[in-house]
Design a protein around this ligand. Structure first.
Ligand code: NAP
Length: 284
């Protein structure tokens, strides 16, 4: 079997085009269009690329984006003061703070300082908590994007065995909650998990979010499984790869996301969906 590609780039473009139609309709009705504040602290090259992609997607969708590029020396108090101003600005629907932040700034404090209604990354404990009790509002973008991809090939995920490899606050944990909500039987693996190959071989759906190239071997994938690779790793030769041994895995899987061009663009599409949703709440 050779897997079919779950094309995140194409799906994200379709979503962004749909958002543009909705934004154009607002503009045509002389209504305020959604607006996203994008904060980048420092000049980490990978972060700069992610932020650029997000700003471009906003442009394409007609969503306003206001850039706040701050120096790496920014203090936590300065960043919190900016977020406070944006929280109170009625023209700002979403606030995105690109991670990672410089050492002097505690990311969790920053995330908690964003008003949950403007937390379009879906990282705030309030929003993760709502997902945990099956009342999602603003959902974490990457797991949400993965769910959109999975739902495009699975009409019904109830009863499927799902393995999430990685248990971070912003990806692995909300990913497990999303899959639970879809009715899957979910296992979440972390760095202490002992029998990963055995767990993977039982999984109908495998989502990997660790950040280690080829961590998940192709031969661990169950025949016919669906594989979503969240990992983004830069190899010494400059190429980007995921966490799954792609070429071998694709011989066994039914569906697999490529890296790049899989989950990454879906994360950006989810961010815009969240911004539109936040705008709807703010203007209702
Ligand atoms: P993170 O915060 O570093 O978390 C990594 C997780 O992987 C931790 O829970 C860790 O376990 C677990 N882990 C480490 N080694 C493992 C092993 N051998 N077996 C099983 N689990 C293991 O990373 P993250 O922020 O979740 O990001 C993960 C990857 O996704 C990175 O490559 C990142 O660049 C990428 N990413 C991509 C997107 C996208 O849009 N495509 C978005 C976000 C992140 P412990 O909890 O035990 O430490």
């Amino acid at each position: 079997m050779s897997a079919q590609i779950l094309d995140g780039k194409a799906q994200s473009e379709r979503i962004i085009d749909q958002i543009k139609l909705q934004v154009d309709a607002l503009a045509a009705a002389a209504k305020r269009v959604p607006s996203l504040a994008v904060i980048l602290v420092g000049d980490d090259p990978a972060s700069s690329i992610y932020v650029r992609n997000k700003r471009r997607a906003c442009e394409r969708a007609g969503v306003g984006s206001v850039s706040h590029d701050l120096p790496a020396s920014t203090t936590q108090a300065e960043l919190l003061a900016l977020i406070d101003t944006l929280n109170q600005d009625p023209d700002v629907d979403g606030i995105l703070v690109q991670m990672p932040l410089p050492r002097q700034i505690d990311p969790e404090t920053v995330i908690e300082s964003i008003h949950p209604d403007k937390d379009v990354d879906g990282f705030h404990p309030y929003n993760i908590g709502r997902l945990a009790v099956r009342m999602p509002t603003l959902r974490s973008c990457t797991p949400m994007g993965v769910m959109t991809l999975l739902q495009s090939v699975h009409d019904d995920m109830r009863g499927l065995n799902a393995l999430v490899v990685g248990a971070s606050n912003h990806v692995g944990r909300p990913m497990g909650l999303e899959l639970l909500m879809a009715g899957c039987t979910v296992t979440t693996a972390n760095s202490q998990t002992r029998n990963l190959p055995v767990l993977a071989l039982q999984a109908d759906i495998v989502v990997v979010a660790v950040g280690k190239p080829n961590l998940v071997k192709g031969e661990w994938i169950k025949e016919g499984a669906t594989v979503a690779d969240v990992g983004i790793n830069r190899l010494p030769d400059g190429r980007i790869c995921g966490d799954v041994e792609f070429e071998v895995a694709r011989q066994r899987a039914a569906w697999i996301t490529p890296v790049p061009g899989g989950v990454g663009p879906m994360t950006v599409a989810s961010l815009l969906q969240n911004t539109l949703q936040a705008h709807a709440v703010h203007t209702s």
